[in-house]
Design a binder for this molecule. Structure first.
Ligand code: BES
Ligand code: MN
Ligand code: ZN
Length: 493
């Protein structure tokens, strides 16, 4: 789908079009809605006689109103006018697209009469809502495919909107990159393939290094390698660097992602039901890759590191066994009680490597780490665990701005003993109680005291069903917006 910015007016060539306008709560017609009301001899006013009063989430579709050169006219509730903001504009754009995508019209004509920044945000909402992973649908009937080919954003000053949209377009591409990775099945996207797709991002100015199994063995990454040893797919550690700060020597910020391309559980194998979901157990690494894409695409003035630990967790004659003891790069030994608690094992070596090599300002890891976080928070919050209040505050604020909610969870030292092992420095599970917390406490042992935050995104990486138009069902891309905002608001030159 194409997005164009131009002054309002009839669409050239007169294709079948659908117009969307805002109605604020009251109802209070926007200027564009007033104009259309006049043009149609009061069709909009008549539509307001029912329950539609412009509240957020409400919408009314008028089909072929008389005297209007459009096939549909959608009225979108925008809530109280004085509270309308970027999030509202984005949601309205997304809802317009979602409501009209299968209408038969080929053009979505957004008449939002807002300032350039809000119009750009509305276009961003359309872009995110129009994401679709349809590459394997070979027999889809044309009438099932979205009919909207073009979105026209009506603007008084199109150039100003184009300029405001540019960084958002880069962000949207980063999010789509993440969604594609997360949506791919594990027979297509295994560690080497994932690494190669990231390598191709060097075209954006990123520097991408790939460490193979011999390189990781040399570094002593026994925890990560143990997880991948039952798979015929080779494990990969990907190091992505973006150097955008004026001073190339400025201490970087760092992001580390769990990239389990498929998680069967290993020898501690999972049940059959829902196991297909474990193709998206690389959602943390997917988000870090999409974030690095977005930072490069919008030329962020920051030095940033992205590290992806890519493995496949399989049962096999060569797989690691419950009771095995592995030695991590940090030198700490781990008794692997449950091979299904593999995410923390791959993060342990990736985080240690990251702090050891780059000495970053802070590290944020993202991981679809525990089913327990879904039980605790439901699907509208990811869990935040951190040893640093300032970093936590910045993350919480960034999440609130971007509609990617975090909830801070505790890291109680008195729970640490749940990880005690008789035969090694620690074991890899703590028990059922506080499962997300003991997982985070485990990871904390590998950050060497650096400011660090862990985002458990098992609850938010995949949305089915999704409750918001900006996130179509499936891969959400959670984390990309949040961390892009964190960098933009707190860590750029
Ligand atoms: N990848 C899973 C966690 C997960 C569950 C992600 C559901 C997304 C949706 C993780 O590797 C796992 O298996 N965790 C176990 C930990 C347990 C063995 C301590 C879990 O949550 O059951
Ligand atoms: Mn697992
Ligand atoms: Zn997992």
């Amino acid at each position: 789908m194409q997005i164009q910015f131009q002054t309002a007016g009839p669409v050239a060539g007169a294709p079948l079009s659908a117009i969307a306008v805002l109605v604020f709560e009251g109802p209070v017609l926007s200027a564009a809605a007033e104009a259309l009301d006049a043009e149609t001899g009061g069709a909009v006013s008549r539509a307001l006689a029912g329950r539609f009063k412009g509240a957020k989430g409400q919408a009314v579709e008028l089909v072929a109103p008389a005297n209007l050169h459009a096939a549909q006219l959608l009225l979108i509730g925008a809530g109280p006018k004085d509270a309308f903001n970027a999030q509202g504009a984005e949601a309205a754009g997304a809802e317009a697209y979602k409501a009209l995508k299968n209408s038969g019209s080929t053009v979505l004509d957004l008449r939002f009469d807002l300032g350039p920044d809000l119009l750009a945000q509305a276009a961003f909402g359309v872009r995110l809502a129009a994401y679709r992973f349809d590459k394997y649908l070979t027999r889809e009937k044309p009438e099932k495919k979205p009919s909207i080919q073009t979105t026209i954003v009506a603007a008084e000053d199109p150039d100003a909107v184009i300029a405001a949209f540019e960084p958002l377009a880069g962000l949207a591409e980063g999010i789509a990159f993440t969604r594609d990775l997360v949506s791919e099945p594990a027979n297509i996207l295994y560690p080497v393939e994932f690494a190669q797709r990231v390598k191709a991002l060097e075209r954006l100015g990123l520097v991408v290094e790939i460490l193979d199994e011999p390189a990781m063995a040399k570094l002593g990454m026994g925890a990560l390698l143990g997880v991948g040893q039952g798979s015929v797919r080779e494990s990969q550690l990907v190091v992505i660097q973006w150097t955008g700060a004026a001073d190339h020597a400025t201490q970087p910020v760092a992001f580390v992602g769990k990239g389990v391309c498929f998680d069967t559980g290993g020898i501690s194998i999972k049940g059959a039901e829902g196991m297909e979901d474990m193709k998206w157990d690389m959602g943390g690494a997917g988000a870090v890759a999409g974030l690095m894409y977005a930072l490069a695409a919008r030329k962020a003035k920051v030095n940033a590191i992205g590290i992806l630990s890519l493995v496949e967790n399989m049962p096999d004659g060569n797989a690691q066994r419950p009771g095995d003891i592995v030695t991590s790069m940090s030198g700490q030994t781990i008794e692997v009680i449950n091979t299904d608690a593999e995410g923390r094992l791959v993060l342990a070596d990736a985080l240690w490597y990251c702090q050891d090599r780059f000495k970053p300002k802070f590290m944020v890891d993202l991981a679809t780490l525990t089913g327990a976080i879904i039980i605790a928070l439901g699907n509208d919050y990811a869990g935040l665990f951190s040893n640093n209040d300032e970093l936590s505050a910045n993350l919480l604020a960034a999440g609130a701005t971007e509609g990617e909610n975090l909830w801070r969870m505790p890291l109680p030292p008195q729970y640490d003993k749940m990880l005690d092992s008789m035969g090694a420095d620690m074991k890899n599970i703590g028990g059922r109680a506080g499962g997300s917390i003991t997982a985070a406490l485990f990871i904390q042992k590998f950050v060497n005291g650096l400011p660090w935050a862990h985002l458990d995104i098992a609850s938010t990486a995949w949305m089915k069903p999704s409750s918001r138009a900006v996130i179509p069902d499936g891969a959400s891309g959670f984390g990309v917006r949040l961390l892009n905002r964190l960098v933009a608001d707190s860590y750029e030159d």
